[in-house]
Write a protein that binds this ligand. Structure first.
Ligand SMILES: Cc1ncc(COP(=O)(O)O)c(C=O)c1O
Length: 414
């Protein structure tokens, strides 16, 4: 199929907006194949994938994952009756729980990150018998009605109000506000991303998170760590909250949990917090939640992240990236004003929206995929897979260097 007809069909039968976005951002190519850290366009153009909104932590077409899924499909159980149980579910739950700190003992499998957030909202309310929920400024928790209520960016909400009532926003890093809100004693759950993703790759200060945990304990609020983007090793630790040494009551994971192939997410909680779902399994469920294929993906992913070299590899590669970003920042401080993040979750902070947009566009045309932060347009996300090679980092550095230089040229002529 040629590129224009493909866009035309999307425009006619789907969202015109998406067709426009693909038309502008597609560099004249649609994706045809992908392997490891690389995506190939239909005309054969290679793109190094440091974007994809953090989905491909384990690379495209990870062989371990593919083998696990193919094995399941070739043995005939791809769906489930949901009346009979299946062995895949037991293994996936057990493996996933084993990956988390000892106080988190029970898991529920769902399909998307937002759905896991919805489950957490219910659990907080059911468990604490309180109604209010709190989130931080710059948060992103998804776009279903409940999750959107906890997402900061007004642009995502447009005219969809009223969303959930009783939601309180706390300024990120503002301990006084945190204390005032939690001291009221009526907050069921405080939702945090230890490193905010969509909001602009902002690591939350460990001291702030520690205080949040202590206040939550004191005032009967459940602390929910949304690790949908940052979890499973992306930041160099298995869970981003480990950088802060906190113990969340509920942990949410998604995105890479399905290896970028199968949609799957999970909520994991302590036995006490999970109890409402123990007593009534119908309080939250989904037809595809915990299906055998998703479970196989979860099992494969848990095995990948437990390999001896996995986390050291993320750290080593993260250090290559850190070094490359440091050099770029020193060379172009007027364009790249800062960089943030850990491991393979990095934010490039530009001194203007225009520079960020130009860099995104330049990289795309030249063969490097980055992800924008839609709610924070001066920041680009650099979230590559862990199978990145040294030569890939050199390639990334080279393209970014050209892009930043290009921005500087634009500045000179403006
Ligand atoms: C931190 C965080 N929470 C929740 C979500 C929502 O996940 P999904 O898009 O799978 O619904 C995302 C997605 O980007 C996310 O980054």
């Amino acid at each position: 199929m040629d590129y224009q007809s493909l866009l035309q069909d999307i425009r006619t039968y789907g969202s015109k907006g998406w067709a426009i976005i693909y038309g502008v951002s597609g560099a004249g190519q649609y994706e045809r194949s992908a392997e490891g850290a690389w995506v190939t366009g239909h005309k054969g153009k290679p793109f190094l994938d440091c974007g994809s909104f953090g989905l491909f932590m384990f690379g495209h077409g990870n062989s371990k994952l593919l083998a696990a899924l193919q094995d399941l499909l070739s043995h005939g159980l791809s769906g489930t009756s949901r009346i009979l149980c299946h062995a895949e579910l037991a293994v996936a739950l057990k493996n996933l729980v084993a990956l988390t700190p000892a106080h988190l003992q029970k898991a529920m499998l769902l399909n998307s990150g937002s759905e896991a957030v919805e489950a957490a909202i219910k659990l907080c309310r059911l468990k604490t018998e309180k109604r209010k929920l709190a989130h931080l400024s710059g948060s992103y928790h998804g776009k279903t009605a409940g999750a959107l209520s906890l997402t900061d960016h007004a642009g995502f909400k447009a005219d969809t109000h009223p969303l959930l009532q009783d939601v309180v926003r706390i300024e990120r890093g503002n301990t006084t506000e945190l204390e005032t809100v939690l001291a009221a004693g009526d907050i069921a759950g405080l939702f945090v991303e230890a490193i905010q993703g969509e909001g602009g790759i902002h690591p939350i200060e460990p001291a702030f998170l520690k205080t949040a945990q202590q206040l939550c304990r004191q005032h009967g609020t459940l602390l929910v760590a949304d690790e949908i983007q940052s979890g499973l090793g992306r930041t160099g630790k298995l869970w981003a909250f480990e950088h802060s040494d906190i113990k969340p009551d509920i942990l949410l994971v998604g995105k890479s949990l399905g290896g970028g192939i199968v949609p799957v997410s999970a909520l994991i909680a302590s036995e006490t917090v999970f109890s409402p779902f123990d007593h009534n399994p119908y309080l939250h469920s989904s037809t595809y939640g915990g299906n055998p294929l998703a479970c196989r993906a979860v099992v494969a992913v848990t095995e990948i992240v437990q390999a001896k070299n996995f986390l050291p590899d993320v750290e080593r590669k993260g250090a290559w990236i850190e070094n490359a970003l440091h050099r770029l920042h020193c060379q172009f401080p007027d364009v790249l004003s800062a960089y943030t993040g850990f491991g393979l979750m990095r934010g490039l902070h530009f001194s203007s929206n225009t520079y960020a947009a130009r860099t995104l566009e330049y990289c795309l045309k030249t063969g490097l995929l980055l992800s924008p932060c839609l709610s924070n347009p001066t920041v680009l996300r650099l979230v590559p897979p862990y199978c990145l090679e040294r030569s890939d980092v050199d390639y990334m550095h080279g393209i970014l260097q050209q892009a930043l230089d290009h921005c500087r040229t634009l500045q000179e002529y403006s």
